[in-house]
Ligand binder design. Sequence first.
Ligand code: MTE
Length: 326
Amino acid sequence: MLIKPPADIDPSEITPRNVYEARRTFLRQAAALGLAGTMLPHATAQTASAAPVTEQGKLAALPGKSSTLSTTDKLTPHKDVVTYNNYYEFGTDKHQPAQYAHRLRTRPWSVMIEGEVKNKGPMNIEDLLKLAPMEERIYRMRCVEGWSMVIPWVGYSLAELMKRVEPTSKAKYVAFTTAMQPDTMIGLRIPALEWPYVEGLRMDEAMHPLTLLTFGLYGEVLPNQNGAPVRLVVPWKYGFKSIKSIDKIVLMETQPKTSWNVAAAHEYGFYSNVNPTVSHPRWSQATERRIGEDGFLAPKRKTLPFNGYAEQVAGLYKGMDLKKFY
Ligand code: MTE
């Protein structure tokens, strides 16, 4: 197949072969399960889950104090943020999570804390919501596929939780795991990735104030397709580091496994910092298309080192060869 730059092709074409080959099987299985007809508008879809919803079926408000860590870039329209998603547990096409994730049960929910910490054990989502004051953080998000969005997230720095669980001196990394609900996550039947979805950060990355433990967007609790009830957002890294629907956090002495690195180690490293000078083996990372703003024919905008957050985070990687640690 002729390799074309991402601007000219559907982003789903640049996913690894096993992923796009999985799509057909997924659609066949969805049809067999009678899911094909369950496409619901965003707000209505949420009523099917146990996420906090109002009587009108709208997502519950989750306001946050606005933060100085926010960008002033123009926001990506809400409809794009909640319908153009990557959440492979609900299918590998961008529009499938919005169709199928209403089935995800987000209550009761707890996050298990394990490993090198003084305070181990399950943390109830209601307690997590109250652990620190919520902030609204408008972050640029850059997907490895060559598109970007600007999203007003609601949450607090992951560091708040880290301080509360008290890591031991042996804790050098933090590992995150997405919940597995085989009856609601139809994508788990397809080996697009090794399940459950896992991600990891180095301790100093996890403690950086920009790293957001996220519960909402656009002033409401997270829609399921965006990773309800709690996800990570790491704005200077490619989008896949921002793991959704977390149910386990383990503090570790050694570097944890990450899903995309397991799937294709030569394409996706542990660090995955946005870097316009390090190409993906199959396409350049020098430019991007802003969803909702830049049409397919518009000139692409330049991708910035660390997604524009270099001033805040470049110091974390001082002395490291970022071509080697991609
Ligand atoms: N988390 C899980 N559990 N499963 C996924 O497939 N996709 C990742 C990340 N987190 C993914 C995930 C990728 S590739 C991206 S770009 C972002 O979620 C997309 O987040 P969004 O849909 O809220 O924009």
